[in-house]
Ligand binder design. Structure first.
Ligand code: G6Q
Length: 553
């Protein structure tokens, strides 16, 4: 019995660990855990060609994983027994699969073509999505062409996105990733932290008369964003002579909360909406991507959406054993739940993807960092692993040491592109040579015999031995384009979905984030107070607050 995609009662679900495929995977793990990738490759010369999957221009080589054909078969069975197909269909149908918040989960509708129909509460949402996209495009064209001017008549040259979490990480990542497609005459900056330094540095050197702020907040109540938005308003007004009318020219909002947007003083005609069925971490292709569209233009933005949609269709229709997000998700489960790996390293060999690991951290860890199943019982297995990473080759000169020779198993995703966006002599061949060399070294290592044969003295041999058998995926595409970026992000979105469905958790709520939003509110007046108000926390917190009050004076 599979977990229902839209749980609607407290009915208990069949525990994951009781599934046939799960117990089969456990014994299979015991049988193959000792096998080395060296022998797996030696015994099966076609492995490197067979254990690959390719769709919509994305090539996945998963042969350097500690798996056999049987592993893949059993993992696919696990997906089937878990009802992954019906979970996927439920999401695409607009069912309220985020059942703890009673919401549909429809980021796939954000990139659906105009003629598609996805119904939520009796209404096809696709026309609304395209209406917002058209409004964003019209606005972007006006700003980019100089037709939209600031309060003093100057054209807008600087755009600052104010947002945090899902309203920041996607925009920053996409801007950095697609910088090469952006209008270089314009400056784009991002403010997220409530630390005043973030705001101060973002406006440093900018002329307020040429600066547009996008206040991006689904709720329009988030402490950090609203604090930064008010500071931006003060900064802008002070520089523009205090005329309140200037706000309409220098501030636009991206939100679902028109009432709060109006209260802030932003003309709701300059508000770009989205819907409660778009989760923050799944919102970079909604109006939250307005800064992206301003940077790269509407056509490139649409081509990014097209990339997302291609991956959505692949995920929805491809058989599991050829399905890129399903394979990626299943391999993640294999290491997380059977090998006990605690982290996954994401290693893009593309400088423009430098913020991609940070983006993925939210996507994966906020989605699958859950400890109860859909029926409210504690899970008895590990869920979402820790994601981390840095662009190659930099990481090779720091933390790769631990991946190669440390005591932990760290599955790695290497991401690379055949064509550079900035060709420069031998650089790209060197970059890609490093990708291939690293995955090879991780898998095959270096035996004591090989080390000795290099003339290494005996005492030094153990230090220079590489055990190998370190697993990795290689994701290879032709070129980083807006379309490929959409494909890549959707690849991970759906891998996260696959894992959440199998782990029987709700990947779409984030009560841990909600808690943080509430807790600080209580302490703010206490730390801001100039008088010794009584404190009722634990002794450590009371003491820290008192010390802070003393020191800041
Ligand atoms: C994302 C989370 C969270 C959210 C931020 C910002 O999935 O819900 O990161 O995006 O807390 O929220 P607002 O957009 O409402 O300001």
């Amino acid at each position: 019995m599979a977990t229902p995609a839209t749980p609607n009662s407290a009915a208990k679900v069949e525990p994951l660990t009781k599934r046939k495929s799960w117990t089969a995977l456990q014994s299979h793990y015991e049988a193959i855990r000792g096998q080395h990738l060296r022998s797996l490759f030696a015994e099966d010369p076609k492995r490197g060609e067979r254990m690959t999957a390719e769709a919509i221009g994305i090539f996945l080589d998963y042969s350097k994983n500690r798996i056999t054909d049987k592993t893949v078969k059993l993992l696919v069975q696990l997906a089937e027994e878990s009802g992954l197909r019906s979970h996927i269909d439920a999401m695409f149908r607009g069912e309220k699969i985020n059942f703890t918040e009673k919401r549909a989960v429809l980021h796939v509708a954000l990139r659906a073509p105009k003629d598609a129909s996805i119904v939520v509460d009796g209404q096809n949402v696709v026309p609304e999505v395209h209406a917002v996209l058209d409004k964003m495009a019209a606005f972007s064209n006006r700003v980019r062409s100089g037709a939209w001017t600031g309060h003093t008549g100057k054209r807008i040259r600087n755009v600052i996105n104010i947002g945090i979490g899902g309203s920041d990480l996607g925009p920053v990542m996409a801007y950095e990733a697609l910088k090469s497609y952006s209008d270089r005459a314009m400056t784009f900056r991002f403010v997220s932290n409530v630390d005043g330094t973030d705001f101060a540095e973002a406006v440093e050197g900018l002329d307020a008369a040429e600066t547009l702020f996008i206040v991006s907040s689904k709720t329009f109540t988030t402490l950090e964003t609203m604090t930064n938005a008010h500071s931006a308003r003060d900064w802008s007004l002070a520089a523009l002579g205090g005329d309140e009318k200037s706000v309409a020219k220098h501030f636009v909002a991206v939100s679902t909360n028109a009432t709060e947007v109006a209260k802030f003083g932003i003309d709701t005609a300059n508000m770009f909406g989205f819907w409660d069925w778009v989760g923050g971490r799944y919102s970079m292709d909604s109006a939250i991507g307005l800064s992206t569209m301003l940077a790269i233009g509407p056509d490139n933005f649409r081509s990014m959406l097209n990339g997302f949609h291609q991956m959505d269709e692949h995920f929805r229709t491809a058989p599991f054993e050829e399905n890129l997000p399903v394979l990626l998700g299943l391999l993640g489960i294999w290491y997380n739940d059977f090998f006990g790996a605690q982290t996954v390293a994401v290693l893009p060999y593309e400088q423009y993807l430098k913020r991609f690991p940070a983006y993925l951290q939210q996507l994966t860890m906020e989605s699958n960092g859950k400890h109860v199943t859909v029926d409210g019982s504690d899970v008895t297995y590990s869920t979402g692993p820790i994601y981390w990473g840095e662009p190659g080759t930099n990481g090779q000169h720091s933390f790769y040491q631990l991946i190669h020779q440390g005591t932990r198993l760290i599955p790695c995703d290497f991401i690379a592109f055949a064509q550079p966006l900035k060709p420069l002599g031998p650089h790209h061949d060197m970059l890609l040579a490093n990708v291939f060399a690293q995955t090879e070294a991780l898998a095959f290592g270096k035996t004591p015999e090989q080390v000795k044969a290099e003339g290494t003295p005996d005492w030094l041999v153990p230090h220079r031995v590489f055990e190998g058998n370190r697993p990795s995926n290689t994701i290879l595409a032709t070129r980083l384009t807006p379309e490929t970026l959409g494909q890549l992000v959707a690849l991970y979105e759906h891998a996260v979905f696959t894992q959440g469905a199998i782990w029987q958790i709700n990947s779409f709520d984030q009560w841990g984030v909600e808690l943080g939003k509430v807790l600080a509110q209580r302490i703010i007046p206490e730390v801001a107070s100039h008088t010794e108000t009584p404190l009722n926390h634990d002794s450590s917190t009371n003491n820290l607050i008192r010390r802070y009050r003393k020191l800041k004076a």
